[in-house]
Write a protein that binds this ligand. Structure first.
Ligand SMILES: OC[C@H]1O[C@H](O[C@H]2O[C@H](CO)[C@@H](O)[C@H](O)[C@H]2O)[C@H](O)[C@@H](O)[C@@H]1O
Length: 683
């Protein structure tokens, strides 16, 4: 795998750096590596070339260097690995990334979303067309939440412990994508494959046996598909955390949510188009064509991400935790990991757990809700419709409902595109930053503040942080859902659903941004600690002495075990598990309030939606308890807010002055980086 940082412009590196990376051959790297890996005092191009500060020459220390092979055992090479580990504090991955990098990093989640939207919007009609009964449909719907609850933490755990040279997440992204594509293809062609197979043995394709076999196998493929999709989703989310720098987690996740929005709309629009007449070569039915499109989109985007974005070599992290095999051990591990979740992540999980009880009915029953409102006056006017008339009425009603979902998807995407420009930045300490005082050469970590203030900065609403926007969006959701009980026109109901598109946009963005920033910071701290350990002469190549290595193997150093994969997996459990609860609760409410098909006055869905709105209100309260700047000491924060420290991008002159005013101790802690939420036009 080639170095992505050589291919993609990276603002964190002067052009000369990346050019050198591109032109360095293994031979000349090894030749100059030995002398340049030494700690040397050289001019730092990032600081204008007029200062002298301790730097490592990263030319000879990049992860492609043959000198850095963890399997190498020579003392000299060991020295290089240690040097690189020390240098990790300022490694490529913490440098500010360009918008192109972020696009390539997150585009695969858009490809995946097309697969999701095809399954969610067309999966049920397809299975019904095969003859599956509506009552058994619930068995299929439960596959999504079930796989989300089980697969994502498992994949997270496996990928955290993966030590393949090409990365921890890429094997799961590529393997999961291949499995998703295979499942989509088999699902779409089930009738042909199963019918053809039994046909070889002379079975009648119209026989009950063949038809039932087709249904059973199709349902099986839906389960495999959901498990495969969740594998890719878990790996991509962790990949974003691993590959975006800590201070760009907000913007990376904003980008990801845009791709989710684009993927959704692309999926819905493809569903509207008469595909067999245009894409006949992909298949003779709408569902076959949709599955083919989703497969191509997923395959292309995942491969693009894997080719252009370089992961850290996980072998440099030392040996993986040896988890005990077995189902019990897995649940035990998850339970332990839940107990020691990082504080912000724990709070976000509480929010998600409550919120998704309310989101699930909104996502799944919206079209039926709008449809009921549409049908109501016709049913009142004509209580004795024939089954055919009812079918026609509900077909029109479903179209109205689907239109509302399209408005919802458009509002959501528009919010994801434009809202980031208005969000006030939060601050984070940057563990990967060099802590060097100005008199020693200036803090290179504060390069963000060198940027000129652009006109986009004037769009920012002071105090309107991502967390507050998220909280307000949840309250908006509650208000909209409570209104569903009173609304009686399709237009008004469509407006309510359009409004909750804003909530959905923030749901796809804020939680991941908050969690990812926290995990990314912790990972970086851990890398630095490891780097320090590696400098100790009593340590092994993995940075641990023999006692620590034993602890790790036995899982005693449990704190070190929880990385992005397992934490994000647990976060996904907090999304998926409440969907199971919501399914059960809503079926109870339907039992009580639902009226027979064709009878007016059925408001059962509105009741479910309104109750969901209340659980989302509880989640808004939990958001209220999350801090905007959890890791920034109060004195530093107030210095920033008072303008004593560089709070906003300003001129280099003002930056330097405010730095000189800070005491050394504060300065060291004030390796403060702005967590930008904005859209990417700034790059
Ligand atoms: O988080 C964004 C995603 O939300 C849904 O996925 C979640 O629910 C699925 C079951 O309905 C579950 O399998 C998955 O693990 C959860 O993340 C939604 O289905 C996706 O479209 C969306 O990207």
């Amino acid at each position: 795998m080639t170095s992505s940082l050589a291919a993609i412009p990276d603002r964190g590196h002067p052009a000369g750096d990346s050019q050198r990376q591109q032109t360095s051959t293994p031979t000349n790297q090894s030749a100059k590596g030995k002398e340049q890996a030494k700690l040397s005092r050289t001019g730092n191009p990032s600081s204008g070339g007029n200062d002298r500060q301790p730097v490592f020459d990263t030319d000879s220390l990049n992860e492609q260097s043959p000198l850095l092979s963890p399997s190498s055992g020579s003392g000299e090479d060991d020295g290089f690995i240690r040097a690189q580990a020390l240098d990790n504090g300022e490694d490529d991955h913490q440098a500010t990334k360009s918008v192109w990098y972020l696009i390539l990093l997150t585009i695969s989640i858009g490809g995946l979303q097309i697969a999701w939207s095809v399954e969610m919007s067309n999966g049920s009609p397809y299975l019904l067309s095969l003859g599956l009964s509506k009552s058994l449909m619930a068995l299929v719907w439960i596959a999504g939440p079930l796989s989300g609850t089980l697969v994502q933490p498992y994949v997270g755990m496996l990928s955290d412990n993966c030590r393949l040279s090409w990365g921890k997440r890429k094997p799961f992204m590529l393997g999961g994508a291949a499995a998703t594509i295979i499942s989509l293809m088999f699902l779409a062609w089930t009738k042909d494959i199963v019918g053809g197979f039994f046909g070889v043995f002379g079975a009648d394709p119209e026989s009950a046996f063949v038809k039932n076999s087709i249904i059973v196998i199709a349902v099986l493929w839906v389960y495999i598909l959901d498990f495969a999709i969740n594998t890719v989703q878990a790996a991509i989310r962790a990949f974003i955390v691993d590959c975006a720098p800590s201070h760009q987690q907000e913007v990376a996740n904003a980008m990801a949510s845009r791709f989710v929005g684009i993927g959704n709309i692309a999926g819905y629009l493809a569903g509207y188009t008469d595909l067999p007449s245009v894409l006949w070569f992909l298949g003779d039915t709408q569902f076959k064509d949709l599955c083919a499109i989703a497969s191509i989109a997923l395959g292309v985007t995942v491969v693009a991400t894997c080719i252009f974005i370089r992961e850290r070599d996980p072998r440099l992290e030392g040996p993986p935790i040896k988890d005990k095999p077995g189902v019990l051990a897995f649940f035990n591990k998850i339970f332990t990991s839940i107990q020691r979740l990082p504080p912000q992540t724990r709070k976000v999980c509480e929010v998600q757990f409550c919120a998704w009880i309310g989101f699930f009915p909104m996502l799944f029953y919206t079209s039926s809700y709008i449809g009921e409102i549409y049908a109501e006056p016709y049913l009142e006017a004509n209580p004795n419709m024939t089954p055919e008339e009812l079918d026609r009425l509900y077909e029109d009603a479903t179209r109205e409902g689907t239109f509302a979902l399209l408005i919802f998807a458009i509002t959501s995407l528009a919010t994801n595109v434009f809202l980031p420009f208005f969000i006030a930045p939060t601050y984070t300490t940057q563990p990967g930053s060099a802590v060097v005082s100005p008199d020693e050469g200036g803090p290179s970590s504060l390069k963000d503040y060198d940027e000129e203030k652009s006109w986009l900065d004037y769009l920012v609403i002071p105090g309107f942080t991502l967390r507050r926007a998220w909280m307000l969006a949840q309250i908006l959701f509650t208000c909209s859902m409570l209104c569903t009980v009173f609304v009686r026109t399709v237009t008004a109901a469509t407006v309510l659903i359009g409004l909750v598109g804003i909530t959905w946009a923030l749901t796809l963005w804020a939680p991941w941004a908050i969690i990812s920033a926290e995990i990314s910071r912790r990972d970086e701290e851990r890398r630095q600690q490891r780097a320090q350990r590696m400098l100790s002469p009593t340590r092994g190549m993995d940075g641990y002495n023999s006692d620590e290595a034993r602890e790790l193997e036995s899982g005693e150093d449990a704190e070190a075990a929880d990385q992005a994969g397992v934490i994000l997996g647990i976060h996904n459990m907090a999304i998926a598990a409440p969907q199971i609860i919501a399914t059960l609760l809503s079926s109870v409410i339907f039992q009580i309030f639902q009226k027979p098909r064709g009878e007016p006055g059925d408001h059962s869905i509105a009741i479910v939606l309104a109750l969901g709105g209340i659980t989302v209100l509880i989640s808004a309260f939990f958001i209220h308890r999350i801090r905007d700047d959890p890791d920034v000491p109060a004195d530093i924060m107030s210095a920033v807010e008072d303008g004593d420290a560089p709070s906003r991008p300003g001129t280099a002159r003002s930056r330097t002055r405010s730095h000189e005013q800070l005491p050394r101790a504060s300065l060291e802690r004030a390796t403060l980086v702005r967590n930008k939420s904005f859209g990417g036009m700034e790059y």
